[in-house]
Design a protein around this ligand. Structure first.
Ligand SMILES: Nc1ncnc2c1ncn2[C@@H]1O[C@H](COP(=O)(O)OP(=O)(O)OP(=O)(O)O)[C@@H](O)[C@H]1O
Ligand SMILES: [Mg+2]
Length: 412
């Protein structure tokens, strides 16, 4: 399963029982976290500024400031927060006013659990999309993904992010085997676990070390090669260096997107390829990795939910200004008995499938269970050959990019 980040919700209502009832309705929703409750409009604004919720459930009539005014203020201060208005009756004039100040949705009180849940989820998706947009425009203002070595050191390593908008499609399988395939006497490779809550890279490679990304996160402003090498775990058999995820899910929050970004940037000086495994959930960490990725290996499978999510993701990346040329679209677990062919997927998503990795449970599952990636000891199997050709394609692509990128840097 993919790690899931919760939708953070703020409840605003002047009546204590209403706040409590809503909290109770939400307590069993695993993907929803109530981050605060406010009794007045003013309190709502200050708690929203502090907690930056994805979704605010907003009452209309409150003593000091009504829900409309509070909505307007929160949208101004925390631009990605999505406001759902809860009111006793659906008064059209209120609704119009609320919409004009940026409210996203309306529910009548008391809310029905199903309606409340689906409204929160819809709003949660929008909040994440707005965060992505904000991050993208911020990064564009800061110069986009062209990396300029800041200290005169050669920082040419390529960041390769492996991502799927659907859990369980095979990102970790591909990231680990791809990292090993890219390793050669000429190419140093780092494999970073970007799935900070439930990362399993260390298990896939059967390595154990006491250090994790937490040991670098606290030192991002004074990284040096020795510190990095000390923290990375050496996968002796292949020579790939691994940066493991924190050992417990609750520690994931201790790493910020900014720290993650700085770690990856620093590694460009030390490695030729920095392969990043990710969770399906578009956490700030995953977005930070995508933001600086030289290539994004996008993984899908032949099932409709995976294809549907890929379609949604592709529509998002256009808005994120990720150049489609940087995408390496891969179909994993390919089973030729299934009618959804790579050609059909390419056509319907208007994105060419450039790598096909066959379904081979025997080889893949036994490799994971032994902690020995299949490209190491099953090189001749079709599944291994397909990952080795993916590695070739990755090498080719990054070589092609190097020239225009250099041009851009020199023009600055
Ligand atoms: N080509 C393949 N053939 C057969 N089984 C595969 C293949 N690729 C992956 N699998 C299996 O699918 C399961 C999920 O793979 P993996 O953990 O790599 O996916 P993931 O996308 O990283 O999942 P998560 O979302 O949990 O991080 C594993 O049991 C793995 O062994
Ligand atoms: Mg995984």
């Amino acid at each position: 399963m993919a790690a899931t980040e919760k939708i953070r919700v703020l409840i605003v209502d002047d009546v204590p029982e209403t706040r409590e009832n809503i909290r109770k309705l939400l307590q069993f929703e695993g993907d929803v976290e109530v981050v605060g409750a406010a009794r007045t409009g003013r309190e709502a604004i200050s708690i929203a500024e502090e907690t930056k919720p994805d979704v605010v459930l907003m009452d209309i009539n409150m003593p000091d400031m009504d829900g409309i005014e509070a909505t307007e203020a929160i949208r101004r201060k925390v631009s990605f927060s999505q406001i759902i208005i809860l009111s006793v009756q659906a008064d059209p004039s209120y609704m119009r006013k609320a919409m004009l100040v940026g409210a996203r949705d309306f529910l009548t009180k008391p809310p029905v659990i199903d309606e409340l849940n689906s409204a929160i989820r819809r709003a949660g998706v929008m909040a994440h999309e707005e965060k992505i947009k904000a991050m993208t425009s911020a990064s564009q203002m800061a110069g986009g993904s062209v990396q300029i070595p800041s200290n005169g050191v050669d920082a040419n390593g390529n960041v390769i992010v492996v991502y799927s908008p659907k859990g369980g499609t095979g990102c970790t399988t591909i990231a680990t085997n791809l990292a090993l395939s890219l390793r050669s006497p000429e190419s140093k490779v780092a494999l970073i676990d970007g799935n900070l809550q439930f990362g399993d890279i260390a298990v896939f490679l059967n390595v154990q070390g006491k250090n994790t990304i937490l040991d670098l996160a606290t030192r991002v402003d004074d990284l040096d090669p020795d510190i990095v090498h000390e923290v990375m775990v050496d996968h002796g058999a292949s020579g790939v260096h691994i940066l493991a995820a924190p050992s417990r899910p609750e520690m994931a929050d201790k790493v910020t997107a900014d720290q993650f970004n700085k770690i990856l940037q620093f590694m460009r000086q030390l490695y030729d390829f920095i392969v990043v495994d990710t969770s399906s959930y578009l956490s700030e960490i995953v977005l930070a990795a995508m933001d600086i990725a030289d290539l994004l290996v996008l993984v899908t499978t032949q099932d409709i939910p995976a294809i549907k999510n890929t379609k949604t993701f592709l529509s998002l990346i256009d808005g994120m200004h990720i150049n489609r040329q940087r995408l390496v679209f891969v179909l994993n677990q390919y089973d030729k008995r299934i009618a959804i062919t790579p050609e059909k997927i390419s056509e319907s998503l208007r994105q060419e499938v450039v790598g096909v990795i066959p379904l081979d449970e025997r080889t893949v599952v036994s490799a994971v269970n032994r902690g020995v990636p299949f490209v190491m000891d099953n090189k001749t199997q079709p599944v291994s050959r397909s990952v080795l050709s993916l590695a070739e394609l990755v090498r080719d692509r990054v070589n092609k990019f190097e020239v225009p990128e250099l041009d851009k840097v020199l023009k600055r």
